[in-house]
Design a protein around this ligand. Structure first.
Ligand SMILES: Nc1ncnc2c1ncn2[C@@H]1O[C@H](COP(=O)(O)OP(=O)(O)OP(=O)(O)O)[C@@H](O)[C@H]1O
Length: 392
């Protein structure tokens, strides 16, 4: 386990970490996320004795790091740094074997346990075929895997990974985080600084979001990854949905268009409505949406993106106040988009709005309803936005 007790770090009088209270248990995989310069690397460096905090204490395996010898730390904590340049031209197998240093005295030759740990580490990181090659000949991603192999050979109960997927191709990114997951499942404490929020969310148990040296949020990926928190930390608007394959949060950063004057109301539900809301917001349209079924993907997407979202329980009559809220939006909108059926509850809203763009195939659209494709819709709305506002 790792415990950060009120940890603070200053560099040259500037506070880069403040009041960090965090506990990571054995068997847990914690992803440290946050923008560049948030303090992720600095926090990791307080766990392995490379950096003494200016305030507070860090405990590894119940021992204060400040009181541990380098050898003790080596037995407790293995680190894969962000920078994987190696100063000397060693064969890969020798680099990985260096991970065994904390387990033997200086001039002792490698024994069977050392060799087994090295072989296992090479195997688990898919680096066996490089074993005899010089580390200098390897690509950045290959070298990164060798550094992970060295950390695995160290066989420490705590593993710190600083951007372990940064140079890896998609296959090895997934393998790396699956390995981190498996190591946590074996009982190790794994903490990894990761920029890819979706990959982190898919494999970790918990996330800690750092921003400007402070712990902004920690908890399950679903609770940490909200558009409000991500905007506060990264200063970017995002659409959060659920990845249909993994069931974990999918995060789409949006362009920097501030909401403009053009107001579009979106009727409908499901993925098409979600996509429409996301794309309209991305082009700078001020969107309202509803009535959307509670828990629907469009309702989840619209939350945090749209100016207002009207929801109601699915499969129940829509309460009058919600209908009135939608009527008011539709009446004031510059256009209404129907990402669903023109019948049912939508029919009454369609009649009171103009213009209406319908995304479904409509063979005989009522007057005022334009059947458009998704791409055409963005062009049509884009040209509405470009039109000068008529004088009042
Ligand atoms: N040795 C140092 N001396 C002075 N300032 C430092 C030092 N190391 C880090 N910093 C500063 O501390 C802050 C946190 O840096 P850190 O490397 O921990 O951020 P990070 O979250 O890991 O960023 P990134 O995602 O870019 O790797 C930054 O503003 C950085 O410039």
């Amino acid at each position: 386990m790792i415990e950060f007790d009120d940890v603070g770090v200053d560099f040259g009088g500037v506070t880069v970490l403040d009041d960090i209270e965090l506990f990571v248990d054995g068997g847990e995989f914690l992803a440290l996320v946050g923008p560049n310069g948030a303090g992720k690397t600095t926090l990791l460096r307080t766990c392995n004795g490379l950096l003494s905090p200016d305030r507070g204490d860090v405990y590894v395996g119940g021992r204060p790091v400040a009181e541990c010898s380098a050898r003790e730390i080596g037995q407790l904590v293995a680190t894969v740094p962000q920078e994987t340049t190696v100063a000397f031209e060693f064969p890969v197998a020798d680099i990985v074997e260096m991970g065994r240093t904390p387990h033997r005295s200086r001039f002792e030759p490698a024994d069977d346990a050392d060799r087994a740990a090295v072989d296992d580490a090479l195997e688990r990181t898919d680096t066996v075929r490089f074993a005899e090659r010089s580390v200098e000949e390897l690509s950045g991603g290959e070298r990164q895997r060798v550094m992970v192999a060295r950390a695995l050979a160290q066989d420490a109960p705590i593993l710190l990974l600083d951007e372990p997927t940064a140079s890896l191709d998609i296959n090895h990114q997934v393998r790396m985080l699956a390995l981190a997951r498996a190591l946590a499942d074996d009982g190790r404490t794994v903490v990894a600084a990761i920029h890819d929020l979706e990959l982190a969310a898919r494999f970790c148990d918990r996330m800690a979001l750092l921003s400007d040296g402070a712990l902004l949020a920690e908890g399950s990926p679903e609770t940490v990854l909200t558009s409000g928190r991500l905007e506060a930390a990264f200063d970017v608007r995002t659409a959060i949905a659920t990845n249909p394959v993994t069931g974990t949060p999918a995060v789409t950063p949006l362009s920097d268009e501030p909401p403009g004057d053009t107001h579009v109301h979106v009727l409908g539900a499901g993925e098409r409505a979600a996509r429409t809301i996301g794309r309209l917001v991305d082009t700078g349209v001020s969107v309202t949406a509803g009535v959307l079924p509670e828990g629907d993907v469009a309702a989840i997407t619209a939350r945090g993106l749209a100016r207002d979202v009207v929801t109601a329980p699915a499969f129940e009559p829509i309460p009058d106040d919600r209908l009135a809220a939608v009527e008011s939006h539709v009446a004031s909108a510059d256009a209404t988009v129907v990402a669903g059926s023109l019948d049912g509850p939508n029919e009454r809203f369609v009649q009171m709005s103009s213009p209406v763009f319908a995304l479904e195939e409509v063979s005989d659209p009522p007057i005022g309803v334009h059947a458009v494709g998704e791409r055409d819709l963005l062009d049509r709305v884009g040209s509405m936005m470009a039109e000068p506002t008529p004088p009042q």
